[in-house]
Design a protein. Structure first.
Length: 470
């Protein structure tokens, strides 16, 4: 085993004498926990309203800096699209490339904010049985897009022509609504020869290589933008779109910029970095594919929530506070072995003895003798990690709302999509509660709306908006 130094930002709340021990790609941490375990964890994870308000203020000020092209963590990327009228009509093909799963949909926009999804399919870019993995560092972009083109070919009929809207959920620099170059991969994807490339050109070339002549990509947009478009198709107050899923990001309608009337800006808020990091966040970041990047996303994204929980659990096990006398098995020592769905399951267990958590400890983690107290601590850790995420997400919403409407005097609908928001017990209600606490009376004007299938519907709305202007 070899010791590795860890460096922390000066404002981080870190217990004294932190040591990181790494061996064979595995990592452990040893920190002395002062006082009672739970109190110490609460001290670290609970972020009070005042602190959240100062995070919101820092976020707002970085938005301003980013809009002025100063090098801050918020990218503030123009999307070259504004709000729909709600009258857009027609049938469009939507591709939703949000992570390791891609979805294709046929969306019929009926006008008056109404739509139907008439056909859909989804497929993984990484085969669960390990036969192929187009997201790995040895995969090439052409192979990945050829695969997507083949799926589009199977999905469509050759007798019909289609305009395609592409929701591509990665930070991209737009030169127009149909021209976006990937800045860098996020969500731990590492496919070669895609960064820096014009994504819809790669898709078009793949369609051509596969003799798909009847499908024409006309728009490319971030999933936050798609979420906002899908909701604002029927709700004129919608001016924020957000994803709380595997990754996290938010966009908003900027009224005065870039010489255009108004345009949706993809903030890439998952990269925000003015945050109170804990040792667990530092450790997770250090061992991630892109250390130093996506710091907010690494505290709130579904990809990472389980890993934070695992690091805390492991810390307590190492110190002899949790699962004492148990053989904890290898699973808990494996990075990312605890997933967001396990966190959800822990939060959902209402049994007085937390029997479901017990079952999961046995079957999945290979831990036989967890006590009800151990399980209560594990549930508490999950709660703290999830509530902190909800608080941080709310702080960014307040930062954005203050930017667009300093007095919070108008109605605002925040459209939210994603598995964390929809599936993690208590997440959405906590966001709503914290937003009220942060805004007082004016908070009544802020409405949160769940936007299901928004990536597909928004892509269709974008394609329809392009068609109208052509
Ligand atoms: C990541 C991507 C961002 C996307 C978000 C949600 O943060 O960088 O573009 O919107 O995930 O999918």
């Amino acid at each position: 085993m070899s010791g590795t130094a860890v460096y922390f930002p000066s404002d981080a709340k870190i217990p004294n004498e932190v040591r990181l021990v790494a061996a064979d790609g595995q990592y452990n941490l040893i920190t002395p926990l002062p006082g009672s375990i739970l109190q110490s964890l609460e001290d670290q994870f609970v972020i009070g309203t005042r602190r959240l308000l100062s995070i919101a203020a820092a976020f707002k000020s970085q938005m301003k800096e980013g809009l002025a092209n100063r090098p801050v963590s918020l990218k503030m990327l123009p999307s070259f699209i504004g709000k729909p009228t709600g009258l857009e009509e027609g049938a469009f093909l939507a591709v939703d490339f949000g992570g390791t799963n891609v979805r294709i949909m046929l969306v019929v926009l009926l006008g008056q904010g109404q739509y139907q999804i008439t056909k859909k399919k989804s497929f993984p870019l990484k085969d669960p049985l390990g036969i192929y993995d187009f997201t790995a560092p040895d995969a090439a972009g052409t192979q990945m897009f050829d695969y997507i083109a083949e799926q589009i070919k199977d999905f469509t009929t050759c007798r019909q022509n289609y305009l395609l809207g592409h929701t591509f959920s990665f930070p991209s620099h737009h030169a127009g609504i149909n021209e976006a170059c990937l800045l860098y991969w996020t969500k731990e994807i590492r496919t070669q020869n895609v960064e820096g490339e014009d994504i819809n050109r790669l898709l078009l070339e793949a369609l051509q290589r596969n003799n798909v002549e009847n499908v024409k990509p006309v728009a490319i947009l971030n999933d936050t933008v798609a979420t906002m478009l899908a909701t604002s198709y029927s709700d004129k107050d919608c001016d924020l779109g957000s994803i709380c899923g595997t990754g996290h990001n938010t966009c908003y309608l900027e009224k005065h910029t870039f010489g255009h009337e108004s345009m949706i800006i993809n903030i890439e808020s998952g990269n925000f970095n003015q945050l109170p990091f804990l040792i667990y966040d530092e450790l997770l970041d250090k061992m991630s594919v892109r250390p130093g990047e996506q710091r907010l996303e690494k505290m709130v994204g579904g990809y990472y929530l389980g890993e934070i929980v695992r690091l805390v659990v492991l810390d307590l096990v190492e110190k002899g506070f949790l699962l004492v006398g148990n053989n904890t098995g290898a699973q808990i020592h494996r990075a990312y072995s605890i997933k967001a769905e396990h966190v959800s399951a822990m939060l959902a267990d209402q049994n007085p003895h937390l029997n479901d958590i017990d079952l999961w400890c046995r079957d999945y983690l290979g831990i036989d003798g967890s006590s009800p107290a151990d399980r209560a601590v594990m549930k508490k850790i999950s709660e703290l990690v999830v509530n902190r995420a909800a608080g941080l997400v709310s702080a960014t919403y307040i930062g954005i709302l203050n930017h667009v409407d300093e007095q919070l005097a108008s109605n605002h609908t925040v459209a939210v999509d994603g598995s964390v928001y929809e599936k993690i017990p208590g997440f959405s209600s906590t966001v709503s509660k914290i937003l009220s606490e942060m805004t007082g009376e004016n908070g009544q004007l802020i409405k949160l709306k769940t936007a299901q299938d928004a990536s597909g519907i928004g892509a269709a709305v974008a394609a329809a908006m392009v068609q109208q202007t052509e």
